[in-house]
Design a protein around this ligand. Structure first.
Ligand code: BES
Ligand code: ZN
Ligand code: ZN
Length: 498
């Protein structure tokens, strides 16, 4: 998608579609002559302004009005988008998705956007607009049998955006937008790939592939190595599955003198619950239980382009949570890689078991900062719903940096307490800890986080419970149904400045 700016006269513009952003002050007493739409409106004999006024066009919340076809004129369609209040990066992302949807409806490839009310000198806004345009285009259609239904559309999407106005567009911002969008789409693809294909082995292949392409060092520990390493968490969860479990580690070397930061992603390629089996409905979306892994791998797929200062080591424990004669039982006591014993009282609380080993290894490897992403608990969805991820941290600076990075990325995090008062909940009478809290005591998301904390030692650590926003059954703006790719852009923002 080409992105250029042109200082053109709107009176003589030839274009299929021109987009204008309007604020309430632009429409106070008719269409303000300061807004460039007024120039075009004159050539259209006031059609646009009179309709906007007559229909009481509201500028409050991404309202849209489409005019056209205006076939006698150089401009065929006009789209007005209402904006109010202080506008941030997420508004630019959404604007991108609105433009994308309109262009798609009209099958238009080249779109002009007037720069009124936009601040595209601000790189983060330009980047976000580009991300919105790209992410809104995302489709997952690998698995349809009839390609003519889905692929043989004669519309190929927007190929060109022309900003009308005097503004120098930062190439770096556009490049970053492209990198961020690519990585997000890669995560979406991994999540959307069904669990009969997206197996632990599939994630290993994806990891090997990206490591090779980016010249990153990769270690893949299979069953035999995991036994040698004492990875009782991963091995036990995988007992009930025919698929071999793996722990993947990818290293980005950083620049000299940087810190070593670990990003860890839960990679359960399907969560049936194990013997503590889920309901049919509860299982329907459980291919998304590797969304943390998808985010971490996607971040690593572009890390060498971003070149952050710090070393970034990625850890992905991956297996299935299934049932067979060898499956882990409620009551089993297992031993994690750091030597702690765990009484497993619920086999559906499996994510924390595989993360226990991955976190232990990150600590052993000397990572001073650790961030894990996991679709860990339904309780977090109960607490925060589908828009917010839970954020737990033992370091307030890290917590603030993640919240801020998330805000710029359009990904919302909300802090939940790492409450020491509730540590007693995971005390076991027969082992060091147990994998679920006291029945009826609530705070399930916190209990999950407290469990993970047992494996991070003194590292600065944040746990992101993305069970809510990782996967969506409804589409909105630049997010299609299915895998969201949540966390990718937050991590990229964060690592860029680490
Ligand atoms: N993968 C699930 C959590 C989940 C729920 C992710 C909804 C996405 C959407 C996790 O492994 C799980 O089943 N957790 C249990 C923990 C409980 C047994 C302590 C849960 O939340 O019910
Ligand atoms: Zn589970
Ligand atoms: Zn799970």
């Amino acid at each position: 998608m080409k992105f250029t700016s042109h200082d053109l006269n709107l009176a003589h513009l030839k274009a299929e579609l021109v987009v204008f952003v309007l604020r309430s002050e632009d429409l106070k007493k008719g269409l303000s002559s300061k807004h460039s739409l007024s120039i075009l409106d004159k050539t259209l004999e006031g059609v646009v302004s009179s309709t906007l006024i007559r229909s009481d066009f509201k500028t409050s919340a991404d309202t849209q009005m489409l005019f056209g076809p205006l076939s006698k004129h150089g401009v065929n369609f006009v789209l007005t988008v209402g904006w109010e209040g202080k506008r941030g990066t997420e508004d630019y992302r959404r604007l991108g998705s609105i433009i994308c949807a309109t262009a798609k409806k009209l099958k238009i490839n080249s779109v002009c956007v007037a720069q009124d009310n936009l601040d595209l000198k601000e790189r983060s806004f330009l980047q976000a607009l580009y991300e919105g345009l790209r992410l809104a285009k995302y489709k997952f259609e690998e698995y349809f049998s009839k390609p003519e239904d889905v692929k043989k559309s004669d519309y190929s999407g927007i190929s060109e955006i022309k900003i009308i106005g005097k503004v120098k567009l930062s190439e770096r911002a556009i490049r970053l937008g492209s990198i961020f969008a690519n990585a997000t789409c890669m995560a979406r693809d991994l999540i959307n790939t069904p669990p009969n294909d997206c197996t632990p082995r599939f994630l290993v292949d994806a990891a090997r592939d990206l490591a090779k392409k980016n010249k990153l060092k990769i270690d893949v520990f299979g069953e035999a190595e995991l036994k040698r390493m004492g990875a009782g968490g991963i091995l036990s969860v995988a007992f009930g599955s025919d698929a071999e479990p793996y722990l993947i580690r990818i290293k980005y070397p950083g620049k000299k003198g940087g810190k070593r930061i670990a990003i860890v992603g839960k990679g359960i390629t399907f969560d049936s619950g194990g013997l503590s089996i889920k309901t049919g409905e509860g299982m329907e979306t459980m291919k998304c239980d590797m969304s943390g892994a998808a985010a971490v791998l996607s971040v690593m797929s572009v890390i060498n382009i971003l070149q952050p200062n710090s070393e970034v080591w990625a850890y992905v424990p991956t297996c299935e949570n299934m049932i067979n004669g060898k499956a882990m039982r409620p009551g089993d006591i297992i031993k994690a890689m750091n030597g702690k014993s765990i009484e497993v009282l619920n086999t559906d609380a499996e994510g924390r078991l595989i993360l226990a080993d991955a976190l232990s290894l990150a600590v052993k490897d000397g990572c001073d900062t650790i961030i894990d992403l996991a679709t860990l608990t339904g309780a977090c969805v109960v607490a925060l719903g589908l828009e917010y991820a839970g954020l737990f941290s033992n370091d307030s600076k890290l917590r603030d940096r993640i919240t801020e990075a998330g805000l710029a990325a359009g990904e919302k995090f909300w802090e939940l307490p790492l409450a020491p008062e509730y540590k007693a909940n995971i005390k076991s009478t027969v082992a060091d800890i147990k994998n679920i809290g006291t029945p009826g005591a609530g705070a399930g998301a916190t209990v999950g986080a407290l469990f993970l904390q047992e494996f991070v030692n003194t590292a600065k650590w944040a746990h992101l419970d993305i069970a809510g926003p990782a996967f969506t059954k409804s589409e909105s703006f630049y997010i299609a149904k299915g895998g969201v790719g949540f966390g990718v852009r937050t991590l990229l923002n964060l690592l860029q400045n680490f």
